[in-house]
Structures are given as C-alpha cells and as structure tokens.
Write a protein that binds this ligand. Structure first.
Ligand code: ZN
Length: 68
C-alpha cells in the first residue's frame, strides 16, 4: 500500500504529527494534515513552520529564501 507523507520542500523534513501518524493514504490528506499542523501549503509545495515567514510588505506568508 502506498502511503504519502508531506515533506518540506525547503529543508526536507517530513511532517510528523504528535499523534504519531506520519503517513496518509493520499497526498491530499497528507497535505491537509500538514496544513493543520501549521505548515504552509503553496500550490504543489509544502513548507514546515521553520521554513516560511510572514512578509510584512505583502501581508502574506512566504517560504524563506534558501540560504547558500
Ligand atoms: Zn522546512
């Protein structure tokens, strides 16, 4: 059975909930669970809470710029 897990597109960290559930039956539910855990979901990408920030100029949450 294929299971899905939300992976941060910036740091590669998997989304692991406190409930212990780390994989879901579909990408959609994995992303919904990640969103409920405070992740930023943008189009086809997902970012953990460490990897996005609030942009005070545009008043939007956006992924942090990758560090070199
Ligand atoms: Zn991250």
């Amino acid at each position: 059975m294929t299971m899905y897990q939300a992976i941060c597109d910036r740091c590669g960290k998997p989304c692991a909930e406190s409930s212990g559930i780390i994989a879901w039956k579909s990408k959609a539910t994995a992303r919904t669970a990640a969103f409920d855990s405070g992740w930023l979901i943008v189009n086809h990408e997902a970012y953990c809470p460490d990897c996005y920030e609030y942009d005070e100029e545009t008043h939007e949450y956006k992924p942090k710029v990758k560090e070199d």
